[in-house]
Design a protein around this ligand. Sequence first.
Ligand SMILES: NC(=O)c1ccc[n+]([C@@H]2O[C@H](COP(=O)([O-])OP(=O)(O)OC[C@H]3O[C@@H](n4cnc5c(N)ncnc54)[C@H](OP(=O)(O)O)[C@@H]3O)[C@@H](O)[C@H]2O)c1
Length: 342
Amino acid sequence: MTFRFYFIIVCIINLYYLISAEEKQIAPLPKHVLPSGRVLPPIGFGTFGWGTHLNGLTSYLSAIDNGYRLIDTCSFYDNKLTIGLAVKQQIAAKLITRKDVFIISKIWNTFHKSQSVVENIREDLKELGFDRIDAGLLHYPTSFQPGINKTPKFENGSYVPMFWEKDKGYLEAYRGLEAAFLLGLIGSIGLSNVNVHQINKILENAYIRPVILEIECHPFYKNEKLINFGKQNNMSVICYAPLRGGSQELKNNPVLKEIASKHNQNVQQVALRWNMQRGTIVIPRSHNKIHQLENIKSQNFVLDENDMDKINNLPDLKKLMNISGLQTHPDYPFGPGYDTEP
Ligand SMILES: NC(=O)c1ccc[n+]([C@@H]2O[C@H](COP(=O)([O-])OP(=O)(O)OC[C@H]3O[C@@H](n4cnc5c(N)ncnc54)[C@H](OP(=O)(O)O)[C@@H]3O)[C@@H](O)[C@H]2O)c1
């Protein structure tokens, strides 16, 4: 009798541990492997905001401490000096090696002449203090009149294009990215803020294919069609503004709140996890160490099909990043047909 009793108790305990171990097992997130064999993490660090301010340094240092190994910047943010310092400091502290960190930068619109692209990248490298950026992206397909003024505008507030002829400017810029790749200044080429027509044009003309597509996507701008188009063309898709820039719509959404409380997470973690789980890379920005840690921990839980469906069914709102004054540009990317094949 006692033996039987103990046997049943042991079985119940084993069953309990078996079930909870299964529950704790985290399904792996989709992998992002570039044709070069380089593996990209599903979550990276966005760096918009601090500019040249030294406070940025603390933020980048803690981001690396907290486990971020992909850093997103661009020539326009003016923060490469502090990013470079942070990476070098963490290399000196033996926390990372240079190879552990994937640094992305993007060429700005006034540098679309192919020779200027190379100059723009050399400038970025000088500021970062490295001899190679892991990926160089076309920031926008909208080429601006070259010059010291990075935002040349007409009196009516619209931007001055480099050419009025459609498709000409960004195709020239892409040649510059290819030259930078061949010179070994960038490890791979990517695109940002482009539409389907522009991706097709680039693919038709490219000698070296783009392997990264960085676009806006979050629960209120899902961008599903463009994501799929990018993936079909063998590009790893990076979602910028994955928290919709920290907007109230995301923070206060009852559906996200309900899912968050079900999993004992916060809404930001749910939004990031949803994106990663559907096969994208997210690059949230946070200057708050606790938020940085919360965000990276969004890799450690799983949303079920029902949660994913509920988020997929949230309404799409207006695109967050839509610079005013760009609409009259011949290569304005966000007009009708943005995410549909011609
Ligand atoms: N390619 C492009 O054209 C393009 C355009 C836009 C952005 N980007 C890139 O994408 C990155 C991310 O986008 P974003 O900077 O616009 O916005 P975001 O990452 O969507 O949101 C950032 C905001 O969310 C808040 N936040 C972050 N984690 C949080 C948490 N766990 N709890 C509460 N609040 C949290 C941050 O505040 P705290 O600092 O207080 O945490 C900040 O106000 C940029 O930094 C940039 O690198 C690229």
